[in-house]
Design a binder for this molecule. Structure first.
Ligand code: NAD
Ligand code: MG
Length: 385
């Protein structure tokens, strides 16, 4: 019996994780579930799983959560500190599925206690990769990647053969605007941007997929997680999202992981690791698929790819600035305040504005993140029609 905590339990990844956990009630017991303020969904999940603890990050939502959990044995708490405490409440297995750098401190708290920490939440790895890896090395925590590409690489990369890797092939669907002209992309609406062709995901990552900033963040994420020279990580467009990534070895063998575009596959890999578990997905039907296509990405229509490559080479504070500026710009786009192409422009402007020293502690990363949000926010304000 393993205890499980899900940070961001009401989101897309959180819901997929709960689905798997609830299929095996004899194997997993839920310690804590957290959300921002989706009380109805959080309380329903806590009731179904008999969770010990349910937490809302937004303290104003705590009274409603208490009401919704009346008569149950689930304890309800609220506020950012309560989320961080829940992350460190001793679960054997913790899923980090909060969106954005709001998940950084909770993930660090989970890592601090050791155990297995599964990272779907990629933004903290981008902004604070060195700090997170050092904390995991210090506590002995096992980090497992749930992002489908990184989970694929994890499955294909034999740690004993890292020196014989020729390149990592990071696949990208290309998003909903893969073949659109820049002129057409200038006018896309938030509703068009969040309608991903292959995956059903939260709003922020859906917009990131549309700008391809998601692949940029994943490039940095891959460089953090796998000890391979970043210049050996190649992005390849693969519209069907069947091959989730591949590792090409010096002898000419390329190992790829294939699967349906359902996050329950990589999450199940992390939940059962180092074993495997049965999942409800239909097996891949290669004959029905018929073909798989590949193409080179276009860094002109998708400048986020160029920006991510540049900040990865530069290192230091630059990935944290890129991520924070992107979070602000995506929120402004989703709120209808700026156009789609402004997202990458705001990120580039923020990167060009200043160049702080490399942050070496969690607090230093948080300070870099906070300042980038101010610079990006001011730029978004200027651009608001
Ligand atoms: P989502 O928006 O569907 O869910 C986000 C969760 O975080 C919700 O439970 C929400 O209540 C909570 N949350 C939001 N703001 C918070 C805050 N300030 N403090 C505490 N909790 C907060 O997002 P998602 O699509 O599930 O993505 C979660 C993370 O996983 C992201 O980092 C994303 O990049 C990554 N990821 C998602 C997918 C996917 O298929 N959805 C795939 C790979 C990686
Ligand atoms: Mg991914």
């Amino acid at each position: 019996m393993r205890t499980v905590t899900i940070l961001g339990a009401t989101g897309s990844v959180g819901t997929s994780t709960l689905d798997l956990v609830e299929r095996e009630p004899n194997l997993y017991r839920v310690r804590a579930l957290t959300a921002n303020c989706d009380v109805t969904k959080l309380a329903a999940a806590a009731r179904r799983t008999h969770a010990e603890l349910a937490v809302v990050a937004d303290e104003a939502c705590l009274p409603a959560l208490r009401d919704a959990l009346a008569g149950t044995a689930t304890r309800a708490t609220g506020g950012r500190a309560a989320v961080i405490a829940a992350a460190a409440s001793g679960a054997d297995w913790t899923m980090g599925a909060i969106v954005g750098c709001a998940g950084l401190e909770p993930v660090m708290a989970a890592i601090g206690q050791g155990g297995t920490v599964v990272l779907a939440n990629k933004e903290p790895l981008v902004s604070a990769g060195e700090v997170i890896l050092a904390a995991a090395a210090a506590s002995g925590a096992t980090l497992l990647p749930a992002d489908s590409e990184h989970n694929a690489i994890f499955q294909c990369l034999d740690p004993a053969q890292v020196a014989q890797v020729r390149r990592i092939v990071l696949t990208a669907s290309g998003g909903p605007f893969r073949d659109w002209s820049l002129a057409d992309m200038a006018n896309v609406t938030p509703a068009q941007a969040v309608a991903h062709p292959n995956w059903s995901m939260g709003a922020k990552i859906s917009v990131d997929s549309a700008t391809m900033m998601n692949k940029g963040l994943e490039l940095i994420e891959a460089a953090r997680l796998f000890p391979v020279d970043p210049d050996r990580i190649e992005i390849v467009i693969h519209p069907q999202s069947v091959i989730h990534s591949a590792v090409d070895y010096v002898d000419g063998s390329m190992l790829a992981q294939l699967g349906p575009s359902d996050m329950r596959v990589p999450i199940a890999h992390c939940l059962a690791w180092p074993q495997r578990m049965v999942t409800p997905m239909a097996p891949l039907d290669l004959i029905a698929l018929g073909r798989l296509d590949f193409a080179a990405p276009d860094p002109v229509r998708f400048p986020a790819l160029r920006l991510a490559r540049e900040v990865l080479r530069a290192g230091g504070a630059r990935p944290a600035i890129l991520n924070a500026a992107n979070e602000v710009a995506v929120a402004a786009f989703l709120a209808g305040r700026i156009g789609f192409l402004e997202i990458a422009a705001i990120v580039e402007h923020t990167l060009d504005s200043y160049d702080p020293p490399a942050p070496e502690t969690l607090d230093a990363v948080i300070a870099v993140d906070a300042r980038a949000r101010i610079v990006a926010g001011a730029r978004a304000e200027d651009r608001t029609a």
